[in-house]
Design a binder for this molecule. Structure first.
Ligand SMILES: C[S@@+](CC[C@H](N)C(=O)[O-])C[C@H]1O[C@@H](n2cnc3c(N)ncnc32)[C@H](O)[C@@H]1O
Length: 287
């Protein structure tokens, strides 16, 4: 067993009382020094991220990891990627995207201009998928998409709009299942081994850093998409994010959540109506 592996395995399977204390000290140190506040993140995925990083760094204790991470901004950036869990795809939940296309976009067509916010957009694939839907439905030109994430490195990748071609080809089936009107390849050009999304898609997107833990709301969104982010938050933090979304939506606006997420921790849940059974798209009906 390599140094760090024992502690990492133990941590993942629950951890000791001392390790719980060390985690609290680590999160407090990170908050004070780097300004990232993970104290209200769900413990299980946080432990997984920590244990993976510790095993990679071969450190035996969380305190030793704390020493390293506080003195090494590059390691903090790596840790951010693991704790923030930046795994993403395109057209991940085809049923939701089909519903968005069929039930939400027709209403967007009735507005002269529309504002959409994708919160926790990681490396941007989900945002390009949304832009593809809007483009195919002929509304992209009147839409502004704000795509935000905590992690500046993820946003830098997203801004480029260029991904490994073999990765993007893996989303062909999901694109079709979600109601795609042509071929996903209509929306990008192949440059060497990369798929570069058409400039028109990226031109409608403003990429910005925004932290759901500490930053304020924006205004007047017609649609907010936040998928696979709230699952990493404890209930209190989920409620904060929900309040932000509620305040940022226009009356009649739509909130799109991931498949494993819900309105349960949303203080204003009674003000929303589910658009279609089994699909996590909710319409804000009341103030
Ligand atoms: C699992 S990815 C989900 C990506 C995309 N929404 C999807 O469904 O494929 C979670 C993303 O949430 C971001 N994130 C985590 N905590 C955040 C916070 N407090 N504020 C904003 N984004 C956050 C992470 O950086 C990561 O990019």
């Amino acid at each position: 067993m390599r140094p760090g592996e024992g502690a990492a395995q133990r941590l993942e399977s629950g951890g000791t009382e001392l390790e719980d204390i060390e985690i609290r000290l680590l999160l407090e140190g990170i908050r004070l020094y780097y300004g990232y506040d993970f104290r209200e993140y769900a413990l299980a995925p946080l432990r997984r991220g920590l244990s993976a990083t510790m095993a990679r760094e071969r450190v035996a204790t969380i305190s030793a990891f704390q020493d390293r991470v506080l003195h090494d901004a590059a390691l903090m950036q790596q840790f951010l990627g693991t704790v923030g869990v930046n795994v993403t795809t395109m057209f991940r939940d085809s049923e939701t995207i089909r519903c968005l296309r069929e039930e939400v976009v027709p209403l967007l067509k009735t507005y002269p201009s529309c504002r959409l916010w994708v919160a926790g957009c990681a490396t941007g694939e989900e945002v390009y998928a949304l832009a593809v839907v809007l483009e195919e439905e002929g509304v992209l030109g009147r839409c502004t998409i704000y795509a935000t994430d905590l992690n500046e490195e993820m946003l830098a990748i997203a801004r480029l709009g260029s991904y490994p071609l073999d990765r993007i080809r893996r989303f062909d089936d999901a694109y079709v299942e979600s109601g795609g009107l042509g071929s996903l390849s209509d929306h990008y050009s192949v440059v060497g081994r990369s798929a570069r999304f058409n400039g028109k898609l990226g031109a409608s997107v403003t990429w910005a850093r925004h932290n759901l833990v500490s930053d304020g709301s924006f205004n007047d969104f017609h649609v907010i998409v936040c998928s696979n982010v709230l699952i990493y938050f404890r209930e209190s933090l989920q409620a904060r994010a929900h309040r932000l979304f509620y305040d940022s939506l226009i009356r009649g606006g739509y909130l799109v959540l991931g498949k494993r997420e819900s309105l349960l921790s949303c203080p204003e849940r009674d003000h929303y109506e589910q658009v279609s059974d089994g699909v996590n798209i909710f319409r804000k009906m009341r103030w």
